[in-house]
Design a protein around this ligand. Sequence first.
Ligand code: NAI
Length: 314
Amino acid sequence: MTQARIEFTNQTVIVTGAGSGLGRTYALEIARRGGNVVVNDLGGSVAGQGASPDSANAVVEEIRRAGGKAVANGDDVASPAGARRIVECALDSFGRLDAVINNAGNMRAGTFETLTFDDLNSLLAVHVGGAFNVTQAAWPHLVARGGGRVVFTSSGAGIFGVENLSAYGAAKGAVAGLMHVLALEGARHGILCNAILPNAGTRMTSIFKPGALGENPWAAKLGSTFAPEFTTALTLYLASTACHDSHGIYSAVGGRVARAFIGVANGWQGSREVPPTVEDIAAHWQAIRDDSKGYAIPASLADENRVVVEALGL
Ligand code: NAI
């Protein structure tokens, strides 16, 4: 069966942090598929210090040499004014905006004892603040167009956990939380929001010494599938009009792409007349933890209420 090629012709996509790593591959591939790309990158260090226009300019050069359309932007996603300029850049350069890929990110690693409040704030500002700012600046334009796509970059560090990335994991978990809520608010406007969990060898991950993130005997077996290009297609699909799903988290590891989800086990139903005692919790602990008897994947906070109401037959 021949598959229809997924094109971005006449569409404009903002890719934040597109000067290197994963974001660079997104920008190149969107341009190859006919899209106009805003290549945003602050151009600082992995830790998030300094700034330089060089990396964004280099990616734009690469796209233009190959016959694609792109414009560079060096604004800081952590600044609301910077985020507004990124969106203005898209509209001034190409006259429209169709999708945002929130990819920009910095990294601070270390044991919990060594990480500082400044480290936490720096990561929150870029990962959560950046995704919040750029999406908020883009939102009214997507609403006016009748919809769009927003891709958020979460991480297995925030969803599943990994040692020595407490501040980073907190920020990436928050990015997933932002996506969950904006997927609900975006639904009535046709704005589809999804998040990805990449696993790629990039400038960011190259700073880790072996074992720095705890024992992972499996990574070495996955070899070349850590190339950023193994995540590119998933992100492009979510940013394209071919995708009609919202409110999902998708993981790419070792060439496998899969939905990740937060489920709630059937659990233990206590009395609805009298609140449970601590002893009741202890007595039913196995049932509370048991995920082998079924689970639900709530589509919202209200939907989790529905699951319980229906289980009770109310
Ligand atoms: P990278 O370091 O190559 O790319 C991140 C880019 O974001 C850099 O070019 C950097 O200059 C830019 N950036 C940082 N702060 C910025 C700011 N305030 N404003 C604008 N641009 C800024 O790293 P990589 O791996 O490509 O990371 C891309 C995204 O994927 C990040 O959000 C990262 O946290 C996330 N991620 C990466 C994983 C991996 O295995 N590489 C795993 C999970 C998530």
